[in-house]
Design a protein around this ligand. Structure first.
Ligand SMILES: [Zn+2]
Length: 153
């Protein structure tokens, strides 16, 4: 990719490319802009722009593929709990799949587009100095975690 960022940070630069990282990656965010591959779509752009706003990926399972099989509860979506909005048979991993910040393990899986109000319990990376282990807890995937306007620098 050519380094031609010129927005001075007040606009998001999008680069549409044929492939990224061996054809399974739909999009990637970098401080200089967002690249979207042919396999990407509008949801990919939204996902990457929301990363630029400060949101993080959430995963349905840990690194060993163990999905979150607990039922959705107020404790798992405290800012979005509607007292029964979610059907009682919805499990947490099913709810996470609906989220725009859900990072898919299988690129053929249907991607969600929901943007919750607040944090959602799920697997996410804990960014430490030089490492990013995957942990279970409240992931910053909602509107309350948007900390900045997107831009390319
Ligand atoms: Zn992501």
């Amino acid at each position: 990719m050519m380094d031609s960022t010129n927005s001075m940070g007040n606009a998001v630069e999008l680069y549409f490319v044929r492939t990224l990282d061996g054809e399974t990656t739909a999009g990637v965010r970098h401080p200089k802009g967002i690249a979207v591959a042919v396999i990407g779509d509008g949801r990919t752009i939204a996902h990457e722009v929301l990363h630029d706003c400060g949101l993080e990926d959430i995963y349905i399972a840990d690194g060993q593929g163990n999905p979150l099989l607990e039922q959705v509860s107020e404790q798992s979506i405290p800012a979005d709990w509607g007292g029964g909005y979610y059907n009682p048979w919805v499990l947490q991993h099913g709810l996470i799949k609906r989220l725009v910040m859900c990072s898919r393990l299988d690129p053929d899986e249907i991607a969600g587009t929901d943007l919750p109000s607040g944090n959602v319990r799920g697997w996410h990376h804990e960014w430490l100095s030089g490492e990013a282990p995957i942990i279970l807890g409240p992931a910053k995937v909602g509107q309350s975690s948007i900390t900045r306007t997107p831009g390319s620098y």
